[in-house]
Write a protein that binds this ligand. Structure first.
Ligand code: AMP
Length: 487
């Protein structure tokens, strides 16, 4: 059962922002968490990115903070009242952007700070005063030490993606940050799993939390028929069309790993006569809404999308899901195929594995869903020789369009670096736009104990934990004298 935002009695500026976002009904986490946060209770929520959890915590927090809202230009009138901590800069940025949208008709200010970029613009924002501060732990400590961020008036803390923060090794940083905060506060913790470490963290920092669990992650519905086909990149499109035809599939989601691949595949399927729309991060809100409306109205058969663009879509049940690319992150496989076979209906999930890295990615999925995966061959109905069309240009286009949709530039940086070190099978093109590739890469869980590359770089540049390379450490004069003494 889903209920409408209008039942919540949100303050007018927040309700207006929500309406503008086009949300109609609440997602399960919103339905459960918003009333609890509005009532001022601590929350321990099991929910992942893509469930609508940002709105689930930020709307009630903004509503509660409205009593402090003021239009004064004095920074003192805008102390940090809500602190949202996230493990990575792309998540921090994503959450901060959403909070800005929800707060846009209020006088509540928000900003985001994360490592890997210059501290100065962040410092200027902090000095102006902000009610909501979104941050990654390492960079926040830098700002605390530089006295740019004062946290003694914080009333609300959100530990988002807490399991990943612990995986990355942020526990000591979190403990330090939490020690700066007033004891009297509301604390919300969100995590994909409730491991013993997460429970310990919650036990130390949450008071009588209400536990909210929206979906058990890492499980696939038994009503979904899952197939993995071994198919060359260049044959994936043909395989997809054949399966759609043979199975009489009326509508499907087709997942790809990159925005560029998404646009290309949608274009070529459209040219093949399939009614197709693309949904990816470069599409405007208006274009996305139109694509969705057309799909819902049955005017479009295939919705080709990236994981990020598909998150939060209120299309929950489609007859089939294709993984045109095996997702980089096994959990995304579970999310993707969770779109089919709902509520007892039968669904079909078809995944195409080509060579290279796919074997490892499939093994990751196997481990996560705890099911043996058999790779099946695709038996093509009509085995036409490839490149039959004589026109060289047409032939080139066909090859290019149907090729690997994971464009080199859209792959995670480490993967690209590894490819180029090995001599790489794929051409390495110069970026056409000065865009930070971090924001294009799909969600990736942290390796246990792995420090994000940007934080590692900052650490390497400075011997003092928590001080970024942008802050010059004070010279330790006494230590210098001491070292000059004979021991
Ligand atoms: P999150 O899990 O917070 O990252 O949200 C994932 C996506 O879902 C975001 O793009 C939100 O804009 C969208 N979203 C959040 N709540 C809703 C809702 N009630 N209805 C539709 N979309 C939503």
């Amino acid at each position: 059962m889903t209920s409408s935002f209008s039942n919540l009695l949100l303050a007018e500026p927040l309700a207006r922002a929500v309406a503008e976002m086009g949300y109609e009904t609440m997602t399960p986490i919103q339905e459960q968490a918003i009333p609890v946060v509005l009532a001022g209770q601590d929350v321990m929520g099991a929910a992942q990115t893509g469930t609508g959890k940002t709105a689930a915590f930020s709307l009630p927090l903004l509503q509660r903070m409205l009593k402090h809202e003021n239009a004064s230009t004095s920074p003192a009138r805008h102390p940090v009242r809500a602190l949202v901590l996230l493990p990575t800069r792309e998540l921090a940025d994503q959450v901060a952007q959403q909070i800005k949208l929800y707060a846009k008709y209020t006088n509540l200010r928000s900003t985001v700070v994360f490592g890997g970029i210059d501290m100065k613009p962040q410092t200027l924002e902090l000095k102006k005063g902000v009610e909501v501060l979104v941050a990654t732990p390492g960079r926040l400590l830098d700002h605390i030490e530089a006295k740019n961020a004062v946290l003694n008036q914080v009333e609300y803390v959100v530990l988002d993606e807490a399991d990943r923060m612990l995986d990355i090794g942020f526990l000591p940083d979190l403990q330090r940050i939490l020690s700066y905060l007033p004891k009297q506060r509301t604390t919300l913790l969100f995590s994909a799993t409730f491991s013993p470490e997460i429970k310990r963290l919650a036990g130390s920092y949450l008071q009588n939390p209400v536990t909210i669990e929206v979906a058990r992650p890492n499980e696939t519905a038994s009503t979904v028929e899952q197939h993995f086909y071994s198919v060359a990149d260049d044959d994936k499109r043909r395989a997809l069309k054949q399966i759609v035809r043979q199975r009489g599939i009326t509508q499907a989601f087709v997942f790809v790993n990159s925005k560029l691949g998404c646009a290309r595949l949608a274009r070529s399927l459209e040219r093949d006569g399939l009614r197709t729309s693309a949904l990816h991060g470069d599409k405007s809100q208006d274009e996305r809404l139109k694509a969705l409306a057309a799909f819902k109205a049955g005017e479009v058969d295939l919705l080709v999308c990236t994981d990020v663009a598909a998150r939060g879509l209120d299309i929950k049940d489609v007859p089939a899901v294709f993984n045109f690319d095996i997702p980089f992150n096994a959990e995304d496989y579970v999310h993707r195929i969770g779109r089919t076979g709902r509520a007892g209906a039968s669904g079909l999930a078809v995944s195409f594995a080509s060579g290279g890295n796919d074997a490892r990615l499939v093994a990751d999925i196997e481990k996560l869903i705890k099911k043996k995966i058999e790779l099946e061959p695709v038996e093509f109905e009509e085995d036409r020789p490839r490149g039959r069309i004589n026109d060289g240009r047409r032939h080139w286009r066909e090859e290019g369009e149907s090729g690997d949709s994971r464009d080199v530039l859209d792959q995670p940086r480490e993967r690209r670096d590894a490819d180029s070190r090995r001599g790489g099978g794929r051409p390495h093109r110069a970026p056409s736009a000065p865009r930070d590739p971090f924001f294009d890469k799909p969600y990736e869980p942290g390796e246990p104990d792995a420090t994000p590359a940007w934080e590692a770089a900052a650490k390497a540049a400075t011997p003092t934990r928590g001080i970024s390379s942008n802050i010059k450490p004070k010279r330790k004069v006494a230590a210098l004298f001491k070292s000059a003494e004979p021991s």
